[in-house]
Design a protein around this ligand. Structure first.
Ligand SMILES: NC(=O)c1ccc[n+]([C@@H]2O[C@H](COP(=O)([O-])OP(=O)(O)OC[C@H]3O[C@@H](n4cnc5c(N)ncnc54)[C@H](OP(=O)(O)O)[C@@H]3O)[C@@H](O)[C@H]2O)c1
Length: 334
């Protein structure tokens, strides 16, 4: 059987994402053939495409990006007795050692790394589970020892930001969202933010003080950072925590430590988080996926509809992601 996938013709811009035909490998006894229904598109895929992923060695060329996909069982190996054809399943490359490969019409996946989905699950939603898994991981890592309080989600209209707003609400936080354009406010509100600020036009520290009644932010979730990030300490509550999960805006200015120290009376902590901390712990990854799935299946979280592109239009999907103008998640439809 032949199928199509996206393959990198080299590192570079979105145009290096090319359609390639391949012969689907024969199934081993414990393998499952999964027919893709929807494929999540995310920044790790962009980093793989540009050759800048810190775990690039896990994506040998010619690489096929994609860390998650939801689909249905199309065939199973002789020793796979518990998965019927048609069964909805989720493929996470994180459970396969971050080797990508999900930008494809079909994948052969070892049974043991396949995640079964509830029969009534919306596969378009399930294809975006990785960001809810990340959100659960971040919120658990932030600790739940104290009452949840106020969470600040920066970049709240993006894929992870949307998942964080919704998951933080499900964890009991009041959520303050920050966006860079007024036309993104409505999205942040629609997915559950209690208050929204535009960091480009609002005086952030004053706005946050006003919204939180002077209390400040208990948990600040951030992937931009940048030179002015030291200002975050002005807005933190006592014992507050800053969770970084990327720094696309670059390093904070050297005065960051001075800014931190100036707020020492508040005992604020800063933690840098990556899902790769679970690389050698697939059971923990599965537990996080299950927790995220439960929140969705139980209705505590209702992910907004994503933006879909055809598989062959993966380049357009990357252009939209890199433009920073998307709302929520982007997906490929094979
Ligand atoms: N640590 C981990 O384990 C992990 C796992 C997955 C993803 N991530 C990271 O999570 C981050 C968010 O991913 P995503 O898929 O949610 O991205 P996204 O949909 O593009 O959202 C990112 C948001 O950040 C804001 N932003 C501000 N300046 C930006 C810039 N220069 N470039 C891009 N965005 C900018 C944009 O909102 P405004 O215009 O409103 O500011 C944008 O909506 C990425 O950096 C990704 O690498 C981390």
């Amino acid at each position: 059987m032949r199928a199509r996938k996206i393959q990198l013709s080299g590192f570079g811009g979105p145009e290096v994402l090319q359609v390639a035909e391949f012969e689907v490998p024969a199934l081993g006894p414990r393998d499952v053939l999964v027919r893709s229904h929807a494929i999540g598109v995310g920044w790790p895929d962009v980093y793989v495409r540009t050759g800048t992923y810190p775990w690039q060695h896990l994506f040998p060329m010619p690489a096929t990006p994609g860390i998650e996909m939801a689909g249905r069982v199309a065939a199973a190996g002789a020793e796979v007795a518990d998965l019927q054809v048609g069964r909805p399943v989720y493929v996470s490359s994180r459970l396969m050692g971050f080797r990508g490969g999900c930008y494809a019409e079909a994948m052969v996946v070892p049974r043991d790394v396949l995640v079964e989905l509830p029969g009534n699950v919306d596969l378009d939603v399930a294809a975006g589970l990785a960001y809810y898994q990340l959100a659960v991981a971040l919120l658990r890592a932030a600790g739940a020892a104290r009452p949840a309080g106020w969470a600040m989600v920066s970049g709240a209209s993006g894929g992870v930001g949307t998942a964080l707003v919704q998951t933080a609400k499900a964890f009991g936080y009041r959520v303050l969202a920050s966006v860079g354009h007024d036309d993104k406010r409505a999205h942040a509100t629609a997915v559950g933010a209690d208050a929204v600020i535009n960091y480009r036009t609002d005086a952030a520290a004053a706005a946050i003080a006003g919204i939180t009644g002077g209390h400040g932010v208990d948990l600040w979730l951030e992937s931009f950072v940048g030179p002015d990030f030291g200002q975050v300490f002005r807005s933190m509550a006592p014992w507050g925590k800053v969770m970084l999960y990327n720094a696309v805006g670059g390093h904070p200015a050297p005065a960051f430590f001075d800014d931190w120290r100036a707020a020492m009376g508040k005992c604020v902590s800063v933690q840098y988080f990556s899902m790769h901390v679970y690389e050698d712990d697939p059971q923990a990854m599965r537990d996080l996926l299950s927790a995220a799935m439960r929140l969705i299946v139980d209705g505590a979280i209702k992910p907004p509809a994503g933006t879909f592109f055809k598989l062959e239009d993966a380049a357009q999907a990357h252009r939209l992601l890199e433009s920073g103008t998307n709302r929520g998640r982007i997906f490929l439809r094979p």
